[in-house]
Design a protein around this ligand. Structure first.
Ligand SMILES: NC(=O)c1ccc[n+]([C@@H]2O[C@H](COP(=O)([O-])OP(=O)(O)OC[C@H]3O[C@@H](n4cnc5c(N)ncnc54)[C@H](O)[C@@H]3O)[C@@H](O)[C@H]2O)c1
Length: 263
C-alpha cells in the first residue's frame, strides 16, 4: 500500500529504525526513505534488515542494514558509535508478542516482555540522544524519537498482562524522556497502534490457543473502520510525529481506535 504523494520532510536527515526488518518498522523505513531520509534498518534479524535496505536502494533511496539486539546494552552502545551513525531520527519498533495467563506469569516472563520494549527502548533512546547532541548539523532542530507502544497500553485481553504492562510503561518512559530531552531540541513521542496486519501479529495469532484466537480477532477488529490497519497507515502517523510538521509536539501519544477495546 502506498499513501498519497510523499514530500521530502527528511532531506539531509539520518533515521535509525530499530526493528526495521519487519512489520511496522519495515513500513516506516520505506516511508522515511520515500521522504528522502537516509535510513539505517536495524534489527536482530540481519537478513530481513538487509532485504528492507535493498528494497529501498532499488527504488533509489538511501539505506543500509545493521544487526543489533536492542536488549543488549553494550551492543546498542557499539551500534550508535559505529561510522555514519549521525542520527537525527530514532524509531523504536522492536518488540515481540506472546501470551501467558496472569496467574502463571513469572519474573523472567516479565523480564522477557520488558527486554525489547523497555530495556531496549531505554538503551536506544539514551545512545541516540547522546549521538544527536554530539552533532552540530544545521538540522539540529529536527531531532525526534518515536516509540511504538500499543492500544494494549490502555486495555488488555486474557493472556496479555506482561505485554500490556510493557506497552503502558513505554508511554510514561517516553513522556519522561521528552521532559529531560526538550532542552536539547529532541522531541519524544509515542504511537499506540491497534491491530495491524504485520508478520509479527500474524505469527502471534497463529500460536494462540483456539479459545484465545477468537478473542484476539474480535479485540483486534476496530468497530469504526472494521478491518486491520495496514502497516503503511501506521507508518504515516510515525513519519508525521518524526517530521518537522510535528515541531510543536512532544510527550504526546497518537492512538488508533482503542474504542473497540472498551465497547
Ligand atoms: N502489529 C500490531 O497489530 C501492533 C499493534 C500495536 C503495537 N505493535 C507494536 O509494534 C511494534 C512492531 O510490531 P510488528 O507487528 O511490526 O512486529 P514484527 O514482528 O513484524 O516486527 C518486529 C521486528 O522487531 C525485531 N526485533 C525483535 N526483537 C528485537 C531485538 N531484541 N532487537 C532488535 N530487533 C528486534 C524483529 O526481528 C522484527 O523484525 C512492536 O513493538 C509491537 O508490539 C504492533
Amino acid at each position: 500500500m502506498q499513501l498519497g504523494n510523499y514530500c521530502s520532510r527528511f532531506q539531509n536527515l539520518t533515521a535509525v529504525v530499530i526493528g526495521g526488518g519487519s512489520g511496522l518498522g519495515k513500513a516506516t523505513c520505506k516511508r522515511l526513505a520515500a521522504e528522502a531520509a537516509r535510513v539505517i534498518v536495524a534489527d536482530i534479524d540481519v537478513e530481513t534488515a538487509q532485504a528492507v535496505a535493498a528494497a529501498i536502494q532499488e527504488t533509489g533511496g538511501s539505506s543500509e542494514a545493521a544487526q543489533v539486539d536492542v536488549t543488549q546494552e553494550k551492543a546498542v552502545q557499539q551500534f550508535f558509535k559505529g561510522p555514519g551513525r549521525d542520527v537525527d531520527v530514532l524509531i523504536n519498533s522492536a518488540g515481540t508478542m506472546w501470551t501467558k495467563s496472569f496467574e502463571d506469569l513469572t519474573l523472567p516472563d516479565l523480564q522477557e516482555a520488558f527486554g525489547p520494549n523497555i530495556n531496549g527502548l531505554l538503551y536506544a533512546m539514551q545512545q541516540a540522544s547522546l549521538a544527536m547532541r554530539a552533532q552540530s548539523k544545521p538540522e539540529a532542530s529536527k531531532r525526534a524519537i518515536v516509540n511504538i507502544s500499543s492500544t494494549a497500553a490502555l486495555a488488555s485481553m486474557p493472556g496479555l498482562t506482561a505485554y500490556s504492562a510493557a506497552k503502558a510503561a513505554i508511554r510514561q518512559l517516553s513522556r519522561s524522556a521528552a521532559v529531560e530531552l526538550a532542552p536539547f531540541n529532541v522531541r519524544v513521542n509515542t504511537v499506540l497502534p491497534h491491530g495491524t496486519d504485520t508478520e509479527g501479529v500474524r505469527g502471534f495469532a497463529a500460536q494462540l490457543p483456539p479459545e484465545l484466537q477468537a478473542v484476539f480477532a474480535e479485540v483486534n477488529m476496530p468497530k469504526l473502520i472494521p478491518r486491520l490497519a495496514q502497516p503503511e497507515e501506521i507508518a504515516a502517523g510515525i513519519a508525521f510525529l518524526a517530521s518537522s510538521d510535528a515541531s510543536f509536539l512532544t510527550a504526546v501519544s497518537l492512538s488508533w481506535m482503542a474504542v473497540s477495546l472498551f465497547s
